[in-house]
Design a protein around this ligand. Structure first.
Ligand code: ZN
Ligand code: ZN
Ligand code: FE
Length: 759
């Protein structure tokens, strides 16, 4: 008895080899019928035995192509048409643009094998790719996703490639970037003056490895932008790069050829190994084991950010010299966005790089390398970009198009459309004109490729943010406006990411965020849901001399904390020449806004302990404090419980914490143990306050967010202490705890408000 089913598959199912996959498994289960793409995904008419159809559908959900993400499979019985075969029906030009664009992923095993197979047509061809691998998002200019709307447009398919492209049984069926040496893009090696050194791939590989060995810095055009490559084992090369990039402290990312090679210098757990090998190929922060690479790579000393090769050319380099460990850091000038246009590369990076390896296909959308770390079996994002963006998050039904501008640091913006939220790639800090331009360009591009016209614009409360100004512009064009408090957005992002129902107790331990009272918040304990929050506690306020923008001078914060306890009669500061000026500024309240930011408390205490005076990158002082604490871990230490007062909420006394630290110093305790005791005091006090609120409010779900939780020591302590109390602790799984999550939180709040008719 024959049955016929109409099967609808929704999700990322176009441009990922879905129809050839259906075609193949149809034969396996003796299914006759048709498959085609339409505006909602893939549609299948399947005729066959009842069991066969069931197994066929089971196989679709169990083993889809590597790049596919199935959101939903629906089936309805339809009358049999009496198909005599199974065919792929050509798609019509789609009217509604609901197609998803897959992220860029690493080269697949089959292509990798062909890359090193002398018999293969694409032997040593660095742009080898197939339906299961390679660039996507970074080369798409418009949708529907096909070759003429990507930067492959200028390369017309040769007969060989066309044959594969048109053969439904071939791995390269409808692979838009398919190419070979005869018809595709090519690599070239240049001096930094622009002069061409080589155009022959074998020669480029050997010479590049040679140049790296000789200590040169090579700008290598990657998937989403230029990376700067250098020998990670040569101090002089690393220091040269630090100097030229004006980056004295921030760690450089590394690339090694294999997991085994990484294990020579880092501890790699099974989970970390799976992250390293995942098709997204993120940078994974690993605990260093042996000093193999230069100590100047990661002056913070605890973790190395390492990734495996992801482009064919990377593999070719490591094939030439498997022992190499390379720096592979974003090619940018200090805080500017990553350089991805060839003309910018030669103007902006020529004073940093000695040579350039580039190619003649444009990168349309830039992406930085993603950064993650593992905590046991859980993955935490520091930066969500290449490999992950723009994969959508599926969510509750949306009622209108919402654009969330995000925050000004570590920016990603987000859009909500239908049942999805799409978070943009990491756009970094928006303080530079280059950053501003990139932001505007990327918002425009997303509106175009997703056929998205926002009806609601969401921003932070901060009056000085660039993203707030952008939202003002949208509002002037007639969009409805929602403003979401920074730390509410932090907590709401986790509620959305983890699909938590009901109110939670949120702990947003952060840098600074603009509060509803106009002060700088940053240690917020709140009871919150998607719609609203009430502030239940925070650390007590202290002045921030020089204001929010002067946070690079952490020594001033140290003085401020001391001054709060001791007035002008501060201990420990006999040598500090600038202190009188700072006292003056604080006492006369000149540009010294009050803050309760715990991030700034970390900075100030690091300064008091002599670990940091000024910083060159965000969280540098806090990282030094964490590193010191890691060396001072003492399982027998008795935690100091910071007293708190109950005003309108719990106010944890920052001054008492400072005093505690000063007294430890006066007792002559070493910096490492003091740093550890500082972490312990914060974790213990957090436990006390949260346990109290949890009992009082009868809430068991605790949400953690905020950049301070990138401190893995603090994170694990807080988590352990809360769990000991039987509380359920939630951290984000698919988005960062830092400000990269803000847009997601803004969307979560806005959707809820719209759904409840509050806008
Ligand atoms: Zn492939
Ligand atoms: Zn070809
Ligand atoms: Fe924040």
């Amino acid at each position: 008895m024959k049955h016929c089913c109409q099967i609808r598959v929704k999700g990322i199912v176009q441009g990922v080899g879905f129809r050839p996959f259906i075609y193949r498994i149809a034969a396996l289960f003796h299914i006759m019928g048709r498959v085609w793409n339409d505006t909602q995904g893939v549609l299948i008419h399947a005729e066959g035995g009842e069991d066969d159809i069931r197994d066929f559908i089971q196989e679709i959900s169990a083993n889809p192509p590597p790049l596919a993400v199935i959101q939903d499979i629906e089936q309805v019985e339809i009358p049999c048409a009496g198909y005599g075969d199974f065919t792929i029906v050509p798609s019509r030009v789609l009217e509604t643009r609901s197609t998803f664009i897959p992220p860029d992923i690493c080269i697949c095993d089959e292509c990798l094998e062909e890359l090193f197979d002398p018999e293969d047509k694409r032997f040593q061809y660095p742009f080898i790719t197939c339906t299961n691998c390679g660039p996507r998002f970074s080369i798409v200019d418009d949708i529907p996703y096909d070759r003429s709307r990507t930067s492959m447009e200028q390369f017309s398919l040769c007969p060989y490639c066309r044959g594969e492209y048109e053969d439904p049984q071939n791995r390269r069926f409808h692979t838009q970037p398919v190419a070979c040496p005869a018809c595709g893009p090519h690599l070239t090696l240049h001096k930094n003056t622009g002069e061409v050194v080589s155009v022959e791939i074998r020669d480029i590989v050997t010479r590049t490895v040679q140049l790296i060995r000789e200590g040169n810095i090579i700008a290598i055009k990657g998937t989403g932008g230029y990376l700067l490559g250098a020998d990670a084992r040569q101090d002089s090369a690393v220091l040269k790069l630090r100097e030229r990039k004006c980056r004295p402290f921030k760690a450089f990312a590394l690339m090694a050829g294999t997991v085994e090679r990484i294990k020579d210098f880092c501890h790699v757990t099974e989970h970390e190994k799976s992250l390293l090998l995942s098709k997204e190929r993120p940078i994974v922060l690993l605990l260093e084991k042996e000093p193999l690479v230069s100590r100047h790579i990661a002056p913070s000393g605890i973790y190395q950010g390492v990734m495996l090769p992801y482009m064919p050319f990377h593999y070719q380099l490591f094939h030439e010299d498997p022992s190499m460990v390379l720096i592979m850091t974003s090619g940018n000038v200090s805080d500017e966005p990553i350089v991805f246009r060839d003309r910018d590369a030669f103007t902006k990076l020529s004073h940093i790089a000695d040579y350039f390896v580039t190619y003649d296909r444009d990168i349309i959308s830039q992406t930085d390398d993603s950064v993650v770390f593992a905590d046991g079996d859980e993955t935490h994002f520091i930066r969500r970009s290449r490999g992950y963006v723009p994969a959508p998050f599926y969510t509750g039904k949306g009622v209108c198009h919402i654009l969330a501008a995000g925050g000004d640091l570590k920016n990603s913006f987000a859009l909500a459309k239908d049942e999805t939220i799409i978070l943009s790639q990491y756009l970094g800090d928006l303080a530079t004109p280059g950053g501003n331009r990139q932001y505007r360009d990327t918002v425009d591009r997303f509106q175009k490729i997703y056929d998205f016209s926002p009806e609601i614009i969401v921003s932070d409360l901060h009056p000085g943010y660039f993203t707030t100004a952008i939202a003002d512009e949208f509002e002037e064009k007639g969009l409805r406006r929602i403003r979401v408090q920074h730390h509410h957005a932090h907590i709401a992002s986790v509620i959305e990411d983890r699909s938590i129902e009901g109110p939670v107790i949120g702990i947003a331990y952060d840098g600074t965020g603009y509060g509803t009272d106009g002060t700088l918040w940053g240690s917020e304990i709140m009871v919150a849901d998607r719609m609203e929050f009430s502030r239940m506690g925070h650390f007590s306020y202290f002045p921030l001399p020089g204001g929010e923008s002067a946070i690079t001078d952490v020594w001033k914060i140290g003085i401020s904390l001391l001054h709060q306890c001791y007035g002008r009669d501060v201990p420990l500061l006999d040598e500090e020449k600038g202190k009188d000026v700072i006292f003056e500024i604080i006492e006369k309240k000149i540009n010294s806004p009050m803050t309760c930011s715990i991030g700034r408390i970390f900075d100030g205490i690091a300064a008091i302990l002599g670990l940091s005076r000024t910083i060159s990158t965000e969280a540098e002082a806090a990282q030094r404090l964490e590193m010191a604490a890691m060396n001072g871990i003492n399982p027998f230490a008795v935690p100091y419980e910071i007293p708190f007062i109950q005003e309108d909420g719990f106010v944890i006394r920052t001054d008492a914490l400072t005093r505690y630290i000063v007294e430890l110093m006066q007792e002559g305790r070493d910096v490492e143990s003091i740093a550890y005791l500082f972490h312990l005091a914060i974790a213990k006090t957090t436990e006390n306050v949260i346990a109290f609120i949890a009992r009082e409010k009868n809430i068991n779900n605790i949400v953690l967010s905020g950049g301070v939780f990138q401190n893995r020591l603090l994170l694990s302590m807080v988590r352990e202490f809360l769990e000991k109390n039987g509380l359920q602790v939630y951290l984000p799984r698919r988005i960062p705890v830092n400000d990269g999550c803000i847009a997601m939180g803004q969307i979560a709040v806005a959707k809820e408000m719209v759904g409840n008719g509050k806008v």
